[in-house]
Design a protein around this ligand. Sequence first.
Ligand SMILES: [Zn+2]
Length: 413
Amino acid sequence: MSYSPAHWRRVCDETRRMVADVPLYRDRPAPPADPSAVDTWLKQVPPVGKRELRRGFPKSLVRADQDLSAAMRDERVTLLATSGTTADRLQVIWEWSWWDPQEREAMRLNARIAAAMARKEWREAVLTTPACGAGSCHFGTQTAAERSIDGILFFNESADPTHWTDGECERMLREWCEFAPLGVEADPAYLAIIARAALQRGVRLPSPEFITLTYETTTRAMRRDIARAFDAPVFQLYGATEAGVLFMECEHGRLHPNERHSHIDLEPLPGSQRLARVLVTTLGRAWMPLLRYDIGDVVRVADSRECACGLKSDGPLLERVEGRQSDCIDVAGETLTPLVIDDAIHAALHPSESTLEQWQLAGDTLLVVDPKSADSAARAAAAVGALLHRAIRSERVAAIAPEASGKYRLVKR
Ligand SMILES: [Zn+2]
């Protein structure tokens, strides 16, 4: 990696202030004054996880000179809960003036997205769990105008897309046709359901200039059905409510770091050359700065530091985001990620003919949703069993329910 001296100076200055000002990091050794020594220092700083962020929240994360109540009264910050599963859920001090610019800047790392966002008729829609907090709540029945913030239309208003009624699907398809967004940010599981609903009804949705997928892990089946319904390029936008946008996929399928807003350390997983945990140190963030925060996911590092898109990144390039670390399975010292399991399922099903929509590994049972094929569940389970070196039972089901948070789990113990 070849970060510039200016980057290291910034990491040095910001981490010095974190250790001096933020109670959670007070017991960390002070960073060296010499920016060229910061890398070595940083690698020795113990990571923090969700548990540490929860403990003593929000006081442990507020800087010595900050007045959280006053900032909340002035609406400079708000407290939000992330939408993770219960064990993962976090409260976050959400700072508007930080979130928006760092997200926009990450998106513009992708040339196609940057061009679309520069158009004067730019308009954007979001399809995910309903937003709730910061003075708005999109649960329940509202008009499209009531679900719009700053020109962004939020399609969804119920927590469980497995049970979207025909009426809800048709309302969203109708709003999509009327609004004709140029950019769509979506949870891939949710967008795959809408894509299937459109295909089933023969509704041709106006294709946006691009689709970004975020919020949860994208399986091959989701990508396949999204590609069938939309003639639009699909890119991964990888980040988290508590950490900002960390990586943006370019037109050549590599995820580039959003390095003006965070410094990323990758911790290789034991026994693997390419799989790593992601440790985030945020930059330019007044409220709730993160120092070596373990986001809890596993990523696959790209095999080359060069990318055909021409964008030079000093930080690491990724090939893909593999899923949550807690959903990975260790088999004889090798880490098998949710997407490696997905690869095995996909390979067993002849990709061009596969109609499998969704799967979940629950203990030793592979649940499969595939309304059009009765035998895919057994073939998929055999492939997963061969990968995991243990017997996996198959069960063909009508639906797999999301967690209370509205997100789907790929692996459940
Ligand atoms: Zn690139």
